[in-house]
Design a protein around this ligand. Structure first.
Ligand code: HEM
Length: 454
C-alpha cells in the first residue's frame, strides 16, 4: 500500500471532505495505469473515494471519477472550471485561441457564431462533397491479404480520406497533389507536436516542426479567407467567414484562422481513430459486420442526413466503439477559485480531470463493461440512459463537442460504403496494438485482409 498524500484541507468549520490519494510518483503511476487502466482507476476510487488525487506528468491531478462528478465539472454551473489553463499544458501553444481553449463569456460568444457551421443546414451543405470524397477513396481501395503478405493498412487509408475531407470540406480546397500533401503534412505535424516528450523548440524536434506547421496553416488559411469572404461557398471555412452572432458580430480574419487550425486538429485523429477502431471491431466480430452490411445493402448507395441516422446497427457499433475506446480519454479543467466536487474541497488552481474513458467502464452502469456488445444501446436495453453522463465520448456542458454530428455523418458514410463494397477480416489471434499516449491510434496501421464483394 503506497503512502497517502493530501490536498489542502477544507476551511475550518466546513463540512467538505479533504481529498487524498496515493503518493506514488508519476512514472510508476503511469506504468500502473498502462498495465491495467480500469483496475487501477477502480482501486484508487475504492481506497480514496470518487474524488481523489494522483501525481501525473510532474503535477497533481484531482480525479473527479464517475458520472455525478463528470456532470458537476463539465456542466460547470458555477463557472468555476476553466479550459484554457487546463488544456494548454497538454496541447502546447499549437491550438491557442481555438474554441476549446476559450472560457466563459468569450467562449459563449464565439461558440454562438461557430454553431452555425454545425447546424443542420450547414451539415446538409457539406454532404455532397463528403460523399464524393468517400466514394473516391472507397473505389481506390486495393484488395490485399494478411496471409499473402500484402495486407491493406486500413488506418493509413482512412487517414488519407480524412485529410482530403479536411482540405475539401473544411477549406474548400481542391489542390494539386504536391500542394495537398504539403498542407496535409502540416496538419499531421501539428497533431504530433502536442504529444511530444521534448517540449521546447530544439532543431529537428517535433515541437519545432509543430510551430512551423502552424505557421504554414496560418498563411494558407489567411490567403483563402479573402476569397471566402467575397463568395459564400459550401465549405466550413466559408461558413465561418459569413457566420454572425445574435447581435450581428462576426469573426475577424484572425479568429477564423485560430478556429480553423483547432478544427482541423479536433476532427482528425478523433475521426480516423474511431473509424479504425470500428473496422477492427467489425473484423473481430464478423456477425456484427454481417448485420451492419445487411442494413447497408437495404439502403440506397448515397444517403442523406436522415437516412444516415437510420443505420441502426452502425449507430450502436459507433457508440459501443467510442465507449470502449474513447478518443478523448480525459477532460481537464482548472479550478479558478476554491470550490467543491461531490462534497470534496477543491482549492483554487487545482487541475481537475474528468476520466471519460474510465467512466465508460463502470460496472454499475454497463453490464460486462469490457465486452463488445453494441446491443446495449438498443431501445430495449438502453444502458447509456442510466445516467445523463453515462456515455459521454463527446463530453458535456458548454464545451460539448461541436463536431459530434459531423463526425457521426462522416464515420457512418465511410462505413456504409465500405460495408457495401468490401468484406474484411484479421487473423483470429490478432489484437490491434494501440498507442494510447493521446487519441488511441493503431501502432501498426491496422493490417487487414480486404476483399471486394462480388
Ligand atoms: C469521434 C470524433 C470526435 C470525438 C470523440 C470528439 C470529442 C470531443 C470532446 C470530448 C470534446 C470536449 C473536450 C472538453 O470538454 O474538454 C470536443 C470538443 C470539440 N470538438 Fe470534438 N470530437 C470529435 C470530432 C470532432 C470533429 C469532427 C470536429 C469538427 C468538425 C470537432 C470539433 C470540436 C470542437 C470545436 C470542440 C470544442 C467545443 C467547445 O469548446 O465549445 N470534434 N470534442
Amino acid at each position: 500500500m503506497p503512502r497517502t498524500q493530501f490536498v489542502a484541507a477544507p476551511p475550518t468549520g466546513s463540512e467538505l471532505r479533504q481529498i487524498s490519494g496515493p503518493a506514488t510518483n508519476w512514472i510508476s503511476q503511469l506504468r500502473r495505469q498502462r498495465r491495467d487502466p480500469h483496475g487501477a482507476a477502480q482501486e484508487d476510487e475504492n481506497t480514496y473515494g470518487p474524488v481523489h488525487v494522483l501525481n501525473m506528468f510532474g503535477s497533481r491531478w484531482i480525479i473527479a471519477a464517475g458520472p455525478d462528478a463528470a456532470q458537476q465539472v463539465l456542466m460547470n454551473r458555477d463557472r468555476v472550471f476553466a479550459n484554457g489553463p487546463a488544456w494548454k499544458p497538454l496541447n502546447g501553444p499549437f491550438f491557442d485561441r481555438g474554441l476549446l481553449m476559450l472560457d466563459f463569456d468569450e467562449h459563449k460568444a464565439h461558440r454562438a457564431i461557430m454553431q452555425q457551421a454545425f447546424g443542420r443546414s450547414a451539415l446538409n451543405s457539406y454532404l455532397e462533397a463528403l460523399h464524393t470524397i468517400v466514394e473516391r477513396h472507397i473505389a481506390e481501395l486495393p484488395e490485399g491479404s494478411v496471409a499473402e503478405g500484402n495486407p491493406v493498412l486500413m488506418h493509413k487509408r482512412l487517414e488519407q480520406l480524412t485529410l482530403d475531407v479536411a482540405l475539401e470540406v473544411f477549406m474548400g480546397a481542391r489542390l494539386p497533389r504536391a500542394e495537398a500533401d504539403r498542407i496535409s503534412g502540416a496538419i499531421m505535424a501539428l497533431l504530433h507536436a502536442g504529444g511530444a516528450m521534448v517540449r521546447i523548440s530544439l532543431p529537428g524536434s517535433r515541437w519545432r516542426k509543430g510551430l512551423r506547421a502552424r505557421r504554414t496553416l496560418e498563411v494558407f488559411l489567411a490567403e483563402r479567407i479573402t476569397a471566402a469572404r467575397d463568395q459564400q461557398g459550401a465549405d466550413l471555412l466559408s461558413v465561418l467567414c459569413h457566420a454572425t452572432g445574435e447581435d450581428g458580430e462576426r469573426f475577424t480574419d484572425e479568429d477564423v484562422v485560430n478556429h480553423m487550425v483547432f478544427l482541423l486538429a479536433a476532427a482528425h485523429d478523433t475521426t480516423t481513430g474511431t473509424l479504425a477502431n470500428i473496422v477492427y471491431n467489425l473484423a473481430k466480430y464478423p456477425d456484427w459486420q454481417k448485420r451492419a452490411r445487411a442494413r447497408s445493402l437495404d439502403m440506397p448507395h448515397e444517403l442523406g442526413y436522415d437516412e444516415l441516422a437510420d443505420l441502426t446497427e452502425l449507430d450502436w457499433i459507433f457508440k459501443e466503439t467510442t465507449r470502449l475506446c474513447t478518443p478523448i480519454q480525459i477532460e481537464p479543467r482548472v479550478a479558478v477559485r476554491d470550490t467543491e466536487i461531490c462534497g470534496y474541497f477543491v482549492p483554487e488552481g487545482s487541475m481537475v480531470i474528468v476520466p471519460a474513458l474510465a467512466n465508460h467502464h463502470r460496472p454499475e452502469i454497463w453490464s460486462h463493461p469490457e465486452e463488445f456488445d453494441p446491443e446495449r444501446f438498443s431501445d430495449d436495453r438502453a444502458e447509456h440512459k442510466r445516467h445523463r453522463m453515462a456515455w459521454a465520448p463527446f463530453g458535456g456542458g458548454p464545451h460539448k463537442c461541436l463536431g459530434q454530428h459531423f463526425a457521426g455523418l462522416e464515420i457512418k458514410m465511410v462505413l456504409h460504403q465500405l460495408l457495401r463494397s468490401f468484406e474484411w477480416e484479421v487473423p483470429q489471434d490478432y489484437i490491434m496494438p494501440l498507442d494510447m499516449s493521446a487519441t488511441p491510434l493503431p501502432e501498426d496501421s491496422l493490417p487487414v485482409t480486404l476483399r471486394r464483394r462480388g
